[in-house]
Design a protein. Structure first.
Length: 202
């Protein structure tokens, strides 16, 4: 018999039209959403250095969701930040429209094998869901160190009428936030190029 050590990892409440802001302390005001925070370096640091920010992470790996959520609690940040053990593809469609101010997808889609393609996160249907939950003027920020993925994401978002590049084009040289994600930190240390893409929800 196998025991699931993280069966009690935090989950979103049942139901539809969930308001992430209301799940945190304070007003039901739009929150920032990180897809796949992994070991949580970005969400934890961002909440630590930006006292006005509220963030939710959706992480498919229960162990990491539980670990990072506990860390936020230990640091006294749980009123402004939570990580839920959820498949973002299933959770985002259950969120209330226009309830998210920024979506971060830091190095998503670690799926390389052909048989794993069905797991890809940034695909047309999911992009429509991100568009739906973002407030008008809200931001979609994506980073990857894989050039073909960057090109594919650009083509995907260009084909969607709900987004426009943040500046003249979607690609930006630097991360507009000062807090790197764990993968971003490693890629920088290894001297890998990082492709950063930034769009505005129209
Ligand atoms: C390459 S890691 C990047 C982790 C982190 N964002 C960073 O930049 O260091 C991709 C992360 O996305 C998570 N992930 C993959 N598919 C997901 C999904 N459908 N829903 C939520 N998380 C997912 C993985 O478990 C992993 O933590």
């Amino acid at each position: 018999m196998t025991v699931d050590l993280h069966a009690d990892a935090p989950r979103l409440p049942e139901g539809l039209s969930l308001d992430l802001g209301a799940l945190l302390g304070g007003d039901p005001w739009p929150v920032e959403l990180e897809l796949g925070p992994g070991r949580g370096g970005f969400i934890v640091e961002r909440l630590r250095i930006e006292p006005s920010v509220r963030m939710v992470g959706l992480e498919i790996r229960r162990k990491w969701a539980a670990t990072v959520d506990q860390r936020l609690r230990r640091l006294g940040l749980a009123e402004r930040g939570r990580v839920f053990a959820e498949d973002a593809r299933e959770a985002v469609p259950r969120l209330r429209p226009a309830s998210v101010s920024v979506v971060y997808a830091n190095f998503p889609d670690p799926w390389w094998k052909r048989r794993h393609r069905k797991r890809l996160l940034l695909v047309p249907g999911f992009l429509c869901e991100l568009c739906r939950v973002l407030v008008p003027g809200g931001e979609l920020f994506v980073q990857t160190d894989v050039p073909e993925r960057a090109r594919a994401y650009e083509a995907l978002v260009r084909a969607h009428t709900g987004f426009e590049p943040w500046g003249n084009e979607a690609r930006v040289a630097d991360n507009p936030r000062t807090t790197p994600s764990p993968r971003e930190r490693r890629a920088c240390a290894d001297g890998l190029p990082i492709f950063r893409l930034r769009w505005r929800r129209i």
